[in-house]
Ligand binder design. Structure first.
Ligand SMILES: [Zn+2]
Length: 181
């Protein structure tokens, strides 16, 4: 994480950057994913619903599951669907939770299509540390919007600064487009 300076040294740009992004709310970006322990008390997906939607970048709260922007997105608009319960495995979901988990995944895709017109998606759950889960103790479904060519240029531009600059804007767009219950 670098300081909030303007790489291009253009007058006024750092000020605009500060308006787009509110780093004081996203303190946990600075610590990275490594700061999270295994217990519920410091599980990011247990903590998120205890904060305001703006502080946690939650775009929708359902009955048993909620949808949040990934703080470490592969692409802008990368959403995570999580049960409120601190459970690690897909098979731990109740029937009702499974239904809402799936419904929110579908709605997340529809909302992203409406606001960002992706040409494809990657959906999925990494199960267990061996399966690649960053937070293995709390189940989460990735919804990653894809655009043609994103795999080519994103590794170049998708540094922390470039992505986090868009988080507050993306949150506002997705949240506003989410249909009322
Ligand atoms: Zn948890």
């Amino acid at each position: 994480m670098t300081e909030q300076t303007d790489d291009f040294e253009l007058a006024g740009v750092p000020d605009a950057f500060q308006r787009l992004w509110t780093p004081h709310r996203l303190a946990y970006i600075k610590g990275g994913q490594g700061q999270f322990g295994k217990g519920e008390q410091d599980c990011p997906f247990c903590l998120a619903p205890t904060r305001s939607d703006a502080d946690s970048l939650i775009v929708h709260r359902g009955e048993s599951c909620f949808v949040v922007l990934n703080l470490f997105p592969y692409n802008p608009g990368h959403l995570l669907v999580c049960p409120y319960r601190h459970i690690p495995d897909y098979t731990d979901l109740t029937v009702a939770e499974t239904a809402e988990f799936a419904e929110l995944t579908q709605t997340g895709m529809r909302v992203l299509r409406s606001v960002a017109n992706p040409s494809g998606f990657n959906l999925g759950m990494n199960q267990g540390v061996t399966g690649g889960a960053g937070v293995a103790a709390h189940l989460h479904q990735h919804i990653v919007p894809r655009w043609g060519g994103d795999g080519n240029f994103l590794p170049i531009i998708a540094q922390t600064k470039a992505i986090t600059q868009t988080l507050a804007e993306v949150w506002d767009q997705v949240r506003s487009a989410w249909p009322e219950d």
